[in-house]
Design a protein around this ligand. Structure first.
Ligand SMILES: [Zn+2]
Length: 130
């Protein structure tokens, strides 16, 4: 593996953006087994070429900026997804409310009937059924 280390020296390497690009190209590749759209293989090739170009690039600063831009766009989506996943996991024991004032998510144990809920963030009080 010494040659690889030598080759990658001073190069950018992989990051979240290139990982995402590879995952996307694999998804398109699998989807195209059913879709059979010839242009999609060109799209996959381009995505893979760009992600390899980024990995082997020596312009580390520019690649870093690209990744930051990607994360700025991706992180809110990811945290929304994680939130939904967490809610689904806890939906058996808890009910989730949104504060009508500041739209903060509030978690309340289920099976308490009609209760008064106080927002921990802005102290807004409202009623909800659990
Ligand atoms: Zn609130």
């Amino acid at each position: 593996m010494n040659w690889l280390r030598k080759f990658m020296y001073g190069r950018y390497g992989s990051d979240q953006l290139s990982n995402a690009m590879l995952i996307i190209s694999i998804i398109i590749l699998v989807a195209n087994v059913f879709l059979k759209i010839p242009q999609l293989s060109t799209v996959i090739t381009i995505i893979i070429l760009i992600s390899y170009f980024r990995m082997f690039s020596k312009n580390i600063n520019k690649r870093y900026q690209e990744n930051m831009k990607f994360l700025k766009w991706w992180n809110p989506i990811k945290s929304k997804f994680n939130k939904t996943k967490m809610k689904a996991k806890q939906s058996k024991t808890h009910k989730f409310f949104k504060c009508p004032n500041c739209s903060q998510d509030i978690r309340v144990p289920k099976g308490k009937g009609r209760i008064k809920i106080r927002c921990p963030k802005c102290n807004e009080k409202f009623e909800g059924r659990t």
